[in-house]
Design a protein around this ligand. Structure first.
Ligand code: NCD
Length: 469
């Protein structure tokens, strides 16, 4: 199996088997890290970091140097033609003609997908806004695998900024796919896991979401705060029955699993301040209970105040190992995407079958509703047509293919109007029975009546009604 010429934009771009095979190659690379300089000789990696980075940029660049390749880089968007108004697509085409692989970090969600769509060479997403950070996840999973041999069945607590943390989003998807038994969510105040991430976890990966008792007094709840029990994701490997029993009292332990801590992403939170007091913080004193004796402490770094320096000497602390393992992981990834190495992909049991959602794409009508307006499709409008997956017909819900945030369009119409008479060019409420009558491939969707009218549609008697059937 070859990964040559593929891109890594989201963690779902690699199958479980491919990730396992990549780990085997990373093992091999780390055993002879000084011996790999023949693999990518003559190849060039473009390293485009338009947001601050230490670990990700330097570990990618170190990885390419260790493979014998060269690196061209930009670390300041103001030093590029993007600052003159050049589009990401044009930049991608040009850089794609200079280099063999691109690593990109950008503050817009979906920016890495656009680069991958236009560059013509493999592209690795090194973080796109709050969306995803798949190569960090490879390092996180690799650490879990090295320390615990298997990821399946582990219990993992994700703490901190679950709303804006791109490492959290990619990791949560991967943990679900690899069959951890539970994910506990312990957000900082107002920083809960976003609905579109939860839908993917439950609908796409088949797990269940459990709302537990807020007064749970088990040790994890004490450590992570009194509200820690209000959000638990149970994967199909654990008993679904738990999710169906409203009063069940789950023991919130992490056992041999991990507590994954993240900082508040204040650069993405606009003006909203958070209460320091309620932000989960990990220190040796909160982890002294016997339930945490074997629990790993992980962090993508950088840390601010959420992880005490006193943890550093603790054998449970994994964060510097995670960072160090980023180099062999990225060496393996680059070597595979450049075709410098091939791998045998083991037959891995996937715990769910991929859902092929219908795709909706039109040059007018409904647009992405990214809450911070931070989706690439809302910025690069000259050439990007809004594109969505229809993830639900009840209620009608779309997932943006760039940032994956959801939108529920208010109005619908059919593109088949022209076969009838002009007076049948009508729009309806998306909650009306018309949603079932119009074939998915003929659907046209609008956010507002004004948009529908601007396209020449007139309100039907079902334009203002919901649930009329
Ligand atoms: C993370 C990131 O950039 O998303 N850092 C990293 O790549 N290791 C986490 C963070 O910045 O908090």
């Amino acid at each position: 199996m070859s990964l040559v010429n593929r891109s890594l934009v989201t963690i779902d771009d690699l199958s479980n088997g491919e990730i396992e095979a990549l780990f085997s190659l990373a093992d091999e690379m780390s055993e002879s890290i000084n011996d790999q300089s023949h693999l990518c000789q003559g190849k060039i990696m473009a390293s485009l970091f338009f947001e601050p980075s230490t670990r990700t940029r330097l570990s990618f660049e170190a990885a390419m140097h260790r493979l014998g390749g060269s690196v061209i880089s930009v670390v300041d968007i103001r030093a590029t033609s993007l600052a003159k108004g050049e589009s990401i697509a044009d930049m991608a085409r040009v850089v794609g003609s200079y280099a063999d692989v691109i690593v990109i970090r950008h503050s817009w969600e979906g920016a890495a997908k656009v680069v991958a769509d236009y560059a013509g060479i493999p592209v690795i997403n090194a973080g796109d806004g709050s969306h995803e950070h798949p190569s960090q996840t490879l390092g996180d999973l690799y650490t879990l695998k090295k320390e615990r041999q298997t990821i399946r069945g582990l219990k993992i607590a994700l703490c901190g900024d679950l709303k804006h943390g791109r490492t959290i989003h990619s990791l949560a998807y991967a943990l679900a796919r690899f069959g951890v038994s539970r994910i506990y969510f312990r957000p900082g105040p107002g920083l809960e896991i976003p609905p579109h991430v939860l839908r993917k976890l439950t609908q796409d990966y088949g797990g269940a979401f459990y709302k537990g008792p807020a007064t749970d007094l088990s040790s994890l709840a004490q450590v992570l705060g009194a509200q820690s029990a209000d959000a638990i994701y149970i994967t199909p490997t654990d008993s679904h029955q738990l999710a169906l029993m409203p009063d069940v009292h789950l023991k919130l332990d992490t056992g041999e699993g991990a507590i994954y801590v993240t900082r508040f992403q204040k650069e993405r939170a606009g003006d909203s301040a958070i209460s320091e007091k309620d932000y989960p913080k990990i220190s040796p004193s909160v982890l002294k209970g016997k339930d945490f004796k074997r629990t790993l402490v992980m962090h993508p770094l950088p840390r601010i105040d959420e992880l005490a320096y006193e943890m550093d000497a603790d054998p449970r602390s994994m964060y510097f190992k995670q960072a160090a393992r980023g180099v062999p992981i990225r060496m393996a990834l680059i070597a595979l995407l450049l075709g410098a190495r091939e791998i045998d992909v083991p037959e891995e049991e996937e715990l769910f079958s991929k859902i092929d959602y219908p795709v909706y794409r039109r040059g007018f009508g409904v647009k992405c509703h990214n809450p911070g307006g931070n989706c690439v499709s809302l910025h690069e409008t000259k050439y990007i047509k809004p594109e969505f997956k229809i993830v639900s017909f009840d209620p009608l819900t779309l997932r943006c293919v760039y940032c994956e945030h959801e939108v529920q369009p208010e109005y619908i119409a059919s593109s088949e109007w022209h076969q009838g008479m002009l007076e049948s060019k009508k729009y309806h409420s998306s909650g009306s029975h018309w949603l079932k009558k119009i074939k998915p491939e003929n659907l046209i969707m609008f956010d507002t009546e004004a948009e529908a009218q601007a396209q020449g549609f007139k309100p039907s008697s079902y334009a203002g009604k919901r649930n009329d059937d």
